[in-house]
Design a protein around this ligand. Structure first.
Ligand SMILES: *Cc1c(COP(=O)(O)O)cnc(C)c1O
Length: 383
């Protein structure tokens, strides 16, 4: 079997990170990978194994507001992704919405702490326990966030996955899976023996494929946003095998993560301060602001839901023309993978969401000017 990280020296630099993650989550082990997508893949294999389910039959319930990685990793692991609708104000599913997608084949649920918001997982956790479903917490956008009960995000699920890749809170590269019971750790060992970690794709090919994937995604979202086509899932699913190897990557940047880890608290404080700055200018306006970062302590992107969905693209374009990044990430993933899992709230959410940067690429002045630009353009567009 190939080593999970390239050398034991490298593993040592991750020791303090492991100690922190295990303490915060009450986990029994941390497994290192090149990305959260690989950690999700391994988590699904564990869930399938513990459920005793056959390939192609077992199902995983994923929130409809997400990037496509959790669903793509599910396909790769031989699980059928099913999609839960979301609450209009947060973009995250409730227990009821998750239960609507339950079938006897359900072996896992992924809960994503979206944009740094968190949610009380206690009733979801209890339901999963009763149904023998593995609960996977996706902490990619909520590293070190607090749950409403004060515990750490990542401490509620049976498994939790982390991303340290570009656009996330630490951008040094890598991903992790925290396993929270000996039973699931044993299942992981069995699954690793059957299906070892892949060596990873050549970086140049990965870059080309990654760009191709983004372009494909944007092209299809544009067609749905303009309501020019009904179904994007057939062309999307047909092309997915071309991107498969991107999802399975070993950890390559252990020392980078080890080096940046001591700075995490400071990085989070800076992000939080920028979110507060947006809040000063944008607290009231033709939108609802997403507030979950205040309670969780972590802001991934400062986000708002614009009151005039039909004018969202025009608003984003005019703010970009003033020189600022804005994004409206995430189209309902059910539309790519399984349009018959209708998610009307996710559709409305995706047509209103606007995300603003709080990362190290922007400073306080930039944030202030960006907020002013948004305010001015929104007032003009909705006048
Ligand atoms: C980015 C992201 C992922 C995938 O992370 P990678 O490290 O790029 O695989 C998974 N889940 C969520 C919620 C993300 O934001």
């Amino acid at each position: 079997m190939k080593p999970l990280v390239e050398s034991s020296v490298e593993i040592e630099v991750l020791q303090p990170v492991e100690v922190d993650l295990l303490r915060e989550t009450g986990g029994v082990s941390v497994e290192w990978f090149g990305r959260a997508g690989t950690a999700l893949y391994r988590a699904y294999l564990i869930a399938r194994l513990t459920a005793g389910a056959n390939v192609g039959e077992a199902e995983v319930i994923i929130p409809s507001i997400s990037c496509a990685t959790p669903a793509n990793a599910a396909l790769l692991a031989g699980l059928v992704p099913r999609f839960a609708d979301v609450e209009p104000a947060t973009g995250m599913p409730t227990l009821d919405l998750i239960q609507e997608r339950w079938t006897p084949q359900t072996c896992a649920v992924v809960f994503i702490h979206l944009y740094g918001q968190t949610a009380d997982l206690s009733s979801l956790k209890e339901w999963c326990r009763v149904k023998n479903i593995v609960l996977i917490e996706d902490v990619a956008q909520a590293l070190r966030a607090r749950l409403p009960n004060g515990a750490a995000a990542g401490s509620g699920g049976d498994l939790s996955v982390y991303s340290f890749n570009r656009t996330k809170i630490l951008e040094c590269g890598g991903g992790a899976l925290v396993i929270r019971s000996e039973r699931l750790r044993s299942a992981h060992v069995v699954s690793l023996a059957k299906d070892p970690i892949a060596a990873g794709v050549d970086p140049e090919k990965a870059a080309t494929l990654g760009l191709s994937y983004r372009n494909l995604h944007h092209a299809l979202v544009g067609l749905r946003r303009s309501r020019s086509v009904e179904d994007i899932s057939a062309p999307f699913l047909n092309l997915q095998p071309a991107f498969q190897e991107l999802y399975l990557q070993p950890m390559k940047s252990a020392s980078a993560l080890g080096n940046v880890w001591p700075k995490l608290t400071e990085i989070l404080q800076r992000r939080y301060a920028k979110a507060e700055q947006y809040e000063e200018v944008l607290a009231d306006g033709p939108w609802q602001t997403i507030q979950g970062w205040k309670k969780s302590g972590v802001c991934w992107r400062y986000s708002l839901l614009f009151d005039a969905p039909e004018k969202l693209v025009a608003l984003c374009e005019s703010v970009r023309q003033d020189g600022f990044h804005v994004s409206n990430l995430y189209w309902p993933v059910n539309e790519f993978f399984r349009p018959s899992d209708l998610c009307p709230n996710a559709n409305a959410f995706a047509r209103q969401i606007l995300n603003l940067w709080v990362d190290a690429t922007v400073d306080r002045q930039w944030v202030h000017r960006c907020a002013k630009s948004l305010r001015k353009n929104a007032d003009r567009i909705t006048a």
